[in-house]
Design a binder for this molecule. Structure first.
Ligand code: FAD
Ligand code: NAD
Length: 479
């Protein structure tokens, strides 16, 4: 007899594993089909845990520690001789972090009685799922009351720079270099290009980032993006905007990249090249032609605000669908879908999803940028305070960057918060909570923030929206 479950989830990344666990918490019988094999072993956790968020942050952390030891300790009166790098040891530490976390998901599945089916899943018509076991067992058809598609995304491939996993790599290959490349090229100044470019630049690589469009970080508030461009350039990242790669040639372990920009056609030679030009949803071999699920104009699975596809009982979440390709967005969609299957009215507030770029300093934001506030056509105000005016930031030699609020001029309600600076990834969550609670600038102004903390700059930026900041000189008189 065919196996049957209340819910079958295809994909065990942040979207899939979270939705499976939430379904199980709600008393539903659930199977999660995941085909990934990482370093020779079946692995849950998807892109994020295996080859994305977590390994990249592990390397960002290690490389920053090296960079600090080399460049900043002396200013603190600490002398260290012969600071060296052992890249294989760094990679091993990263792999151990990944192993610990992905193993943790497997344990959570066991604890919650989620059945992990190791192999490939394919949605058929009538909410049936074809399962092909990775160990070569027979293909079986599973019956499901509800199906959640959570197959995620994969790196976009471009014909002008074909990944060979030796000289030309994608983000996964860039997490596995066995030595620091002398010259590293990166195609794409998006989030991956900047994060992975930073890792190898800190370890000593000469990094050139080629970006096709003229705008730098168009999704980020442009005052913050301008500051980021300056700071990253000082760190040695050579970011060339308006440069479209037109070809690559690999010879004797080196790659020559040709690109066209303002000054015509040019070329550069690198020891390694990372292709980081975006990610595309994994829809190939995920669904039969007659299953009824449709794609949208950008080839994501078409869903409404509740992640329902056009087929009743079939949902799609995470990187497979519209919206930012972020792990936390995938997780929230997973929870929402599980709860809706259980009959609740859950939803995701798509206007309050934070974004973070883990460069140093970090860049983080939530809500509207100043450009988006301006485009609304309603009066708005901003408050900007640099970390240079913050005692804690100066004490820890982390005084680059700023906090910026964007607020509605008439209602005083917060519209957006933008940070470039120390711990931006953590500080931005104060803005997230304020946004979700509909806080006004006055609400934040009236709170007593601890001293000396980085958070005081959040308080000061809220005060600055009404020209009341104490630790910077503001031109207009206090109200
Ligand atoms: P995925 O994580 O891609 O998981 C989908 C899973 O489904 C995969 O494991 C795949 O093997 C499996 N699968 C696919 N098809 C099938 C099938 N037919 N049968 C069985 N299994 C299948 N996001 C952040 O929020 N913060 C970050 O710091 C961050 N850093 C990143 C760094 C890098 C280098 C990369 C590449 C991405 C990063 N992301 C980050 C993005 C984040 O990884 C994704 O947004 C997130 O993983 C999406 O989750 P998902 O569950 O939708 O898909
Ligand atoms: P991205 O969309 O952020 O950036 C890709 C960049 O490549 C764009 O700026 C684009 O203009 C440029 N580009 C495209 N084709 C080009 C060409 N031929 N020549 C030169 N430049 C070209 O994509 P990504 O950096 O690959 O990241 C993919 C997704 O992964 C992101 O959208 C993000 O959601 C997610 N991610 C998130 C984090 C994080 O949250 N910290 C980290 C890494 C990845």
């Amino acid at each position: 007899m065919a196996q049957s479950f209340d819910v079958v989830v295809i994909g065990g990344g942040p979207g899939g594993y979270v939705s499976a666990i939430r379904c199980a918490q709600l008393g539903l019988s659930v199977a999660c089909i995941e085909e990934r094999v990482h370093k020779g072993k079946p692995a849950l956790g998807g892109t994020c845990l295996n080859v994305g968020c977590i390994p990249s942050k592990a390397l960002l952390d290690s490389s920053w520690k090296y960079h600090e030891a080399k460049t900043s300790f002396a200013a603190h009166g600490i002398s260290v001789k012969d600071v060296g790098i052992d890249v294989p040891a760094m990679i091993t530490r990263k792999d151990e972090v990944v192993k610990q976390l992905t193993g943790g998901i497997a344990s959570l599945f066991t604890a919650n009685k989620v059945t992990w089916l190791k192999g490939h899943g394919k949605l058929l018509a009538g909410k049936q799922v074809e399962f092909t076991a990775a160990d070569g067992g027979a293909t079986e058809v599973i019956e499901a009351q509800h199906v959640i598609l959570a197959a995620g995304s994969a790196p976009v491939k471009i014909p002008v720079a074909v990944v060979d996993n030796e000289t030309i790599v994608d983000s996964t290959g860039a997490l596995e270099f066995s030595a620091v490349p002398k010259r590293l090229g990166v195609i794409g100044a998006g989030v991956i290009g900047l994060e992975l470019g930073s890792v190898w630049a800190r370890l000593g690589a000469e990094v050139v980032v080629l970006e096709a469009v003229e705008a730098f970080l168009p999704m980020v508030d442009q005052q913050i993006a301008k500051d980021a461009a300056k700071i990253l350039a000082k760190q040695g990242l050579d970011i060339r905007l308006g440069c479209r790669v037109t070809g690559t040639e690999v010879k004797k372990g080196k790659v020559t990249v040709t690109y066209s920009g303002k000054d015509g056609e040019k070329s550069e030679s690198f020891d390694k090249l990372i292709v980081a030009v975006g990610r595309a949803p994994v829809t190939q071999n995920l669904m039969s032609n007659d299953c009824g699920v449709t794609l949208d104009e950008r080839r994501f699975i078409a869903v409404n605000n509740w992640c329902q596809t056009v087929v009743p009982g079939v949902y799609a979440i995470g990187d497979l669908v519209r919206g930012p390709a972020l792990a936390h967005k995938a997780m929230e969609e997973g929870v929402m879908v599980a709860e809706r299957i259980h009959g609740e009215q859950a939803q995701v507030n798509y206007d309050a999803i934070p974004g973070v770029i883990y460069t140093h300093p970090e860049i983080a934001w939530v809500g509207l940028t100043e450009e988006q506030a301006k485009a609304r056509g309603e009066p708005y105000k901003t408050g900007v305070v640099p970390f240079a005016a913050n005692g804690r930031a100066l004490a820890s030699a982390e005084s680059h960057g700023m906090v910026k609020f964007v607020a509605d001029e008439k209602t005083d309600r917060m519209l957006g918060m933008h940070v470039i600076g120390p711990q931006a990834s953590e500080l931005v969550h104060q803005g997230l909570i304020a946004l979700e609670f509909g806080a006004t600038m006055e609400d934040l102004q009236l709170m007593c923030f601890g001293h000396p903390t980085l958070s005081e700059t959040v308080h000061e930026a809220a005060l600055a929206t009404d020209y009341r900041a104490i630790h910077i000189a503001q031109r207009k008189r206090a109200k």
